[in-house]
Design a protein around this ligand. Sequence first.
Ligand SMILES: [Ca+2]
Ligand SMILES: [Ca+2]
Ligand SMILES: [Ca+2]
Length: 234
Amino acid sequence: MGKKRVAVFFIIILFSFIGSAHAFITLDVFRDGYIEDYEPGGILDGIPDRIQDTNALLASNIILSDGTAIDSHAILTFDISSFAGQSLQSATLSGLGTRVDTRGSLDAISASVYSYSGNGFVELNDFTTSADFLGSLTFTPSAQGFSLSPFQIDVTKGVNPLLNNSSQFLEFRIESEEFTAFINSGEISGESRVSGPQLMLTFVDSQAVVPEPASFLLFSSGLLGAFGLRKKIF
Ligand SMILES: [Ca+2]
Ligand SMILES: [Ca+2]
Ligand SMILES: [Ca+2]
């Protein structure tokens, strides 16, 4: 192989590398909160009564010691409007969470994750709106008592159709029939934002996301290097 061919070969390799790169982006939660069917009389009616916006996102189905029945669903919204029509390689929802059981039980607690196309707000009708089941989270007891640990779940099959039909917001609903799945909330303020839920989107096409300065510099220097080589040899 002559020098000229070697140069062409390397340039092709460089461009095919850029073409096949999977760019990704990590989104913070846009809004979050949890919605309760809250019945002091002890009988749930399936109709949500109130929205809580605290540093916790609770999913549970419990009866308190005073007889109050609570069915609680956590809602997490993400703004995906910038990525309409992009081809998704994968999507992962992550965050910090734990189990809370003041009755002293040490069983693992599981929660179901659902997704749907939403409006970015946490509203009462998010409690029961039609949604797709994506999978389950499991929180196991910790030796330290209350301590948050990382979770993550593949949500690709929930995100893909929403990008295809150009949804503005992706919303997740997390439900549990146990006592209690606790997820650290996102947008409330300062410290808790750092460890709030995040959505990582990885795209088939690297052009889907504007490169960060560092990687852009790397690509640029690679291109300059290739052109330098070309100038020298041709
Ligand atoms: Ca919130
Ligand atoms: Ca109710
Ligand atoms: Ca909503």
